[in-house]
Design a protein around this ligand. Structure first.
Ligand code: UFG
Length: 345
């Protein structure tokens, strides 16, 4: 059934891919995103409202004008290091504004919510791979922001019958160049775009830490294709259609492939695809980086029926490369504000 989905942060990395997939599946998509500086982000498949996602007047207008079936919320500041330096900004944007969004939803009786959460809610894993029973010990304000919203969603489910799904992403990666979509942050801190930049320009790629307790000493991460994450949102939407028990009204799922690659393995894979060597610089550990983050995605598989189909490493890297070669430095969406201001997912 065709639904109308409101997508705060739908011009960002994960949000834009999800909005695109929803539109392709026939849903009506309304994106609210303040930071669409680049006029090129005007896709024919979405209605775009260039506003802050917590603007009450705008939200009331949207909820009055449209029958919104669900809200998928991607708008957030994401840089973990920045969150340590500027927690006030992060709590305000990621927590306070999200609570405002939830208030307006409830005021208009909109009761389906899908939330971009993160494996950062766990901190250092107790068991590897990590399932949803890992204790919550977030290492950063960013991880705490996500957890606070998840706790609010549990309480709102009980008190106000708000149905929600929180999707805890591991390392979102890859692109959909055929739709002009891909990963582009400013400043860029993520491994794949930085590897591409380093190999193209023959500038040094910095490995943050080679003394971790892992087989080759570098950090291991679970890279999950952004299109597989988008597909999980589509399934979460279907999940919200089903009547479920009180205890599962606010559910949460880990989204990872279950395969881990070290930083050194990532470098090797990229060099192989490009048939070119990278200039490597060994750096100290980056603060806040756990040695291993690896998902056990069994719950998403059994409950949502989710199965990643684009997340083999070669597909991830090739799609990111094609996006960078085709669109960089002029992708369909790009932001030019300061790093902390423009950290939509
Ligand atoms: N890395 C390098 N060199 C670089 C960039 C990254 O060695 O130039 C390493 C990092 O130390 C890390 C791995 O590559 O071990 C992946 O780093 P990213 O910056 O690409 O991703 P993160 O794992 O730091 O961040 C992701 C999400 C965050 C989320 C976090 C949870 O992007 O939003 O996982 O830990 F909070």
């Amino acid at each position: 059934m065709r639904k109308t989905i409101l997508i705060p942060g739908g011009a960002g990395y994960v949000g834009s891919h999800t909005a695109y997939l929803l539109a392709k599946k026939g849903h009506a998509v309304i994106i609210v995103d303040k930071r669409i500086h680049n006029q090129k982000f005007s896709p024919s498949w979405a209605t775009i409202i260039q506003e802050d996602f917590s603007n009450k007047t705008i939200l009331d207008q949207i909820f009055t004008t449209h029958k919104i079936d669900a809200v998928m919320h991607f708008a957030a500041f994401i840089e973990v290091g920045e969150s340590v330096k500027h927690p006030k900004r992060f709590y305000h944007n990621n927590v306070v504004k999200t609570l405002t969004l939830l208030d307006r939803m409830l005021a208009h009786d909109v009761k389906n919510f899908i939330f971009s959460s993160s494996c950062a809610v766990y901190g250092e894993p107790v068991t590897v791979p990590m399932d949803e029973s890992n204790p919550f010990r977030p290492l950063s304000p960013y991880g705490k922001n996500k957890l606070i919203v998840e706790f609010a969603l549990q309480d709102y489910a009980t008190a106000y019958n708000l149905d929600s799904v929180s999707l805890r992403y591991f390392n979102a990666a890859g692109a959909l160049p055929e739709a002009g979509l891909g990963e582009q942050h400013d400043p860029e801190t993520h491994i794949i775009p930085l590897m591409i930049r380093a190999i193209k320009n023959q500038t040094p790629f910095k490995i943050f830490g080679t003394d971790y307790d892992t087989p080759d000493g570098s950090c291991i991460r679970d890279y999950i294709h952004v299109l597989d994450i988008a597909q999980a949102h589509v399934l979460a939407l279907e999940h919200l259609d089903h009547k479920h028990s009180e205890s599962s009204k606010a559910s949460a799922f880990n989204l990872g492939s279950g395969n881990g690659f070290s930083v050194k393995e990532m470098i090797g894979a990229m060099e192989k695809i490009c048939d070119k060597k990278m200039v490597i610089k060994h750096e100290n550990r980056r603060p806040g980086d756990p040695a291993i983050l690896l998902a056990n995605p069994a719950k998403a598989s059994s409950v949502l029926g989710w199965k990643p189909t684009h997340s083999d490493l070669e597909t991830i890297l090739r799609s990111a490369l094609t996006f960078a070669e085709t669109f960089s430095p002029d992708p369909v969406y790009s932001y030019s504000t300061s790093s902390a201001d423009r950290a939509h997912r």
